[in-house]
Design a protein around this ligand. Sequence first.
Ligand code: ATP
Length: 248
Amino acid sequence: DAGSRALEVVGVTRTFGALVALDGVDLSVGPGERRAVLGANGAGKTTLFNAITGDFPPTRGRISFFGEDVTELPQYDRIRRGLRRTYQHSLLFRGLTVRDNLFLASRGVARRRFSLLRPRGGDFAMAAAERLAGQAHLSRRLDTRVADLSYGEQRQLEIGMALAGAPRLILFDEPAAGLSPGERGNLVALLHGLPEHLGFVIIEHDLDVALKVVDRVTVMHNGRIFKHGTPAEIEADPEVQAIYLGGQ
Ligand code: ATP
């Protein structure tokens, strides 16, 4: 029953000219579920995220979000319904502080809600910015400019930005890429600390990080779903190991 699922991807195909980046992908994620998507470079993971968010709509197939077909909806309407994502590249305002980045993210989401009460919208967004900094483990960095943050803190801030408003499902695109072992530990703690009702899908090349933070794992290969399983099943699967490590 699609109505009881947070995300339902059915038969999604995406081609770029002659290249079939996604080939009939099905993926179903329950409310509050945490799911990893693994696969070698070029397996189609980011293209799947792009189809779900509407960055690059699918060539074929349907996508439902909490029971509603969003395949044709503009990105903004998906965001309004509680879908969020992070990117492999940064979308932060480097010259602004952590507080101001989070303020802008919150105001962007709150604008409609407070269109008749504009002054309150500003107060609301400022309070929200401080709450988000806490969730991103950046409370002590509120007045630091993004350019002066460490790389790991910048990635944390990107997660904080995705938490603005009332997210119901977040897509994290390789949040551990480029992080030191210590920063990876912080990331795992941050993800564990997210509200329990909040589901996420995480693309991650670092198996250690991915398997620590999810309930289920989906492995992609050449634009198709290769396998679903629990972290323990996937970790023990020799076929998965061969394909996954083959792409490293
Ligand atoms: P990585 O782990 O390297 O990020 P991925 O699993 O996310 O890989 P995708 O980025 O989804 O893989 O790419 C899947 C295939 O689609 C690749 O062959 C890629 O070159 C191709 N592709 C993705 N986006 C585009 C685009 N906008 N135009 C043309 N080809 C694209």
